[in-house]
Design a protein around this ligand. Sequence first.
Ligand code: SF4
Length: 388
Amino acid sequence: MIQHDIISKNISHIILISSYLIGQSTSGLNSDRLSSLMGIDLKDKTFNELEKIVVELGQQKYLAGYIFQFIHVKDVSEIPDITPLSKVFRTRLAERDYFISKIKTLEKQVDKDKTAKYLFELHDNEKIESVLLHDGRRNTLCVSTQAGCNMNCEFCATGKIKFKRNLSAGEIADQVITVEADAGKITNLVYMGMGEPLLNYENVIKSVEILNHKEGKNIGIRHITISTCGIVPMIEKLADEELHPRLAISLNAPEDALRSRIMPINNKYPLDKLIKAVQNYQNKTDQRVTFEYVMIKDLNDSARHAQMLIKLVRNISCNINLIELNPHPACIYKGSGSAAMKKFASMLNEANIETVIRFRMGREINAACGQLGADWLKKAKDSGSNGK
Ligand code: SF4
């Protein structure tokens, strides 16, 4: 009976959404608007929010724990399957338009090095990717935070895909839930997939709270990294949050002229402002910061660039990841090659800056940093469209 009620409710939601979408393209719709059309997604709620919902519905507070665990640990996506709740309560949740969202796995590709790329479809047919990297005992999942991205970094395939919308906290958390159910415990999380996390600030922070919660995935806050291209006011806001994930800055150039050329966000938030925001984050959180530096042949890989980089980060406790450029159909640049990368790294190491070279993982399946969406771009290119 409960199941039947939910099915008929979902059908009416689908009709409602369809009629809405016929009149308006999904472009520019945000996740909250779509979510309000579908009902209230329990996966999108923090533990504390669930407690409030449960109490408002006249139930005992502790029942929120069952809802949270069944969604985030047992990967349940139907309210009737949360069996510790009474039938009456489950029916009431469905009657009040509560539901549990579920992203759909369209494809999984696995590289020789075991890197796995997942293609997911969201409820409004938007597509996103997540990448699972195996590194010794660590399983690191790289999650997307937006469908598309409007930051337009020149070397990045995702930047060529038009921004569609922000992901909800539930959709971000669901990438972890779904991959973990398929591939085992996720130990580390990086917000480094499609999209700029700090432009979807509220949902990203909420997802961190959900994924860090001890009753759910319980991923340690020091094992969660948010990577940004440099949205300065949001880095400052992040420094004042209760939870402090690790911060990574996608730097890629040590001087303004070059950085503005390959990362247009630098025109708005140039390096002096970015570095000040990073120092502020470090002062408030006492955390080491990571700078990511994609190495591009004859563009940012000379000894002069290494010297400038050393000068730029000298007052920050940091490590630098040198990343091999990942070619994709829309990229005009070439990677620096391993000899140039090693030379660059040795200059940084000599200046006592901890530096790691990250060669491409998942190269056979276009799963490396800056490549997400590269498959769609290639298909769009082959079919003569511009990928947007
Ligand atoms: S590097 Fe990140 S911020 Fe820049 S276009 Fe790609 S996804 Fe967007």
